[in-house]
Write a protein that binds this ligand. Structure first.
Ligand code: UT7
Length: 340
């Protein structure tokens, strides 16, 4: 792809936000029939972050957006588009992205912008879908500056009781994002990407709003509306195969081997899923970093939080090749392989 168009794309600034409050496995042991041992062995999670009362998808995402603008020095009026990937928009309309731009306009440090803004629902794949879309818009000359943010407040969508333990142990809150910018260097940008879904598998992971949302033949259970239903075992099986196939597909599209990629930034779904992908390609642990132990599974925020941590600590550098990989509800799966 690079070279076919003179416009390159940079992942110019990357940032993340994690709520201060920590929810440990020991905390969960007091709320439900589970154990630290079970959670660590089955998921790799030791603790996760949890929003305080005054935190939300909007406040966490705004924090990240402000960081992106501050660190890049981009005036808000030069932002062309804001894509917010989340399953936690507070209203059907307006989008949380539009509300964030209202908050930005009312903050004297920033001010107004007429950037396009929308929320996108692709669950755990949302941030990577958004990055692929943003790249296309910049490479084709339609936009110059696009912010893509992935944010989830999943602790609100699980139940902290024994009947909710199948999901409550896995998920956490957080936000991460990237500012994608046009550059004159056409070698920078996507080497390959893929975006997939299998809608016939939607029943494996859903968050019902009403009785009508339940699939035919599946009776409502005891959990309230708004609480996630996940067939963990089915999603796990799907993910173990798909994760590896996705990496293979992306490498083939780019004409690269697994060794040619410097960093695999993968959705932190479950440590066992990540280890299976690592073993299949013989990827050394330092090339496939893990933070699920401290952060849990943060769905759309998972990839950008890890990308931000690795970039801020200097481990990911300009010139590196980075593959982002994610999968989730839908079922959806996606990848984005970058030449930084
Ligand atoms: O990121 C979005 C996409 N989602 C995912 O990637 C999630 C993929 N799935 C998973 O990560 C795993 O399926 C889970 C971590 C959710 C569950 O692990 P599992 O190894 O698949 O456990 P399971 O659901 O098959 O349950 C095994 C046993 C059951 O008991 P029995 O029937 O064998 O007696 C469960 O009742 O473990 C029991 N169990 C628990 N025990 C203690 C289920 N949850 C818990 C718990 N603590 N929290």
């Amino acid at each position: 792809m690079p070279g076919s168009n003179p416009i390159g794309v940079r992942l110019a600034t990357i940032s993340h936000y994690l709520p201060k409050r920590i929810l440990s496995n020991a905390d969960l042991e007091k709320m439900m029939d589970t154990s630290d041992d079970w959670i660590v062995q089955r998921t790799g999670v030791h603790r996760r972050h949890m929003c305080a009362e005054d935190e939300s998808v909007r406040t966490m995402s705004l924090c990240v957006l402000k960081d992106l603008l501050r660190e890049s020095g981009l005036p808000p009026e030069e932002l062309d588009l804001l894509i917010l990937a989340t399953v936690g928009s507070s209203m059907a309309c307006p989008s949380t992205a539009c509300q964030m731009l209202c908050d930005l306009a009312e903050d004297p440090e920033f001010g107004p912008t007429n950037a396009g803004a929308f929320d996108m629902t692709a669950a755990c794949s949302g941030f990577v879908y958004g990055v692929n879309l943003a790249h296309g818009l910049i490479r084709s000359g339609q936009c110059r500056n696009v912010a893509v943010i992935g944010t989830e407040h999943l602790t609100k969508m699980v139940e902290y009781s024994t009947r909710g333990r199948g999901t409550a142990i896995l998920f956490g809150d957080g936000s991460g994002g990237a500012l994608l910018r046009a550059t004159d260097d056409p070698s920078k940008g996507l080497l390959a990407q893929s975006m997939h879904s299998d809608g016939t598998r939607w029943r494996d992971l859903f968050i019902p709003r009403s009785e009508c949302d339940f699939p035919d033949g599946v009776a409502n259970d005891d959990l309230p509306m708004g609480i996630m239903r996940m067939n963990g075992r089915a999603v796990f099986k799907f993910a173990v195969g798909t994760f590896g196939d996705l990496i293979a597909e992306t490498l083939e599209k780019a004409g690269l081997s697994a060794d040619d990629v410097d960093h695999y930034i993968c959705h932190q779904s479950n440590i066992r899923i990540l280890e299976a992908a690592r073993d299949r390609f013989g990827i050394p642990p330092e090339k496939m970093p893990i933070n699920i132990d401290r952060v849990g599974n943060t769905s759309a925020a998972s990839v950008p939080i890890l990308l931000s941590e690795q970039t801020k600590s200097g481990l990911i550098k300009e010139g590196d090749r980075v593959m982002m990989v994610a999968f989730g509800a839908g079922l959806t799966w996606t990848s984005s392989l970058w030449q930084l």
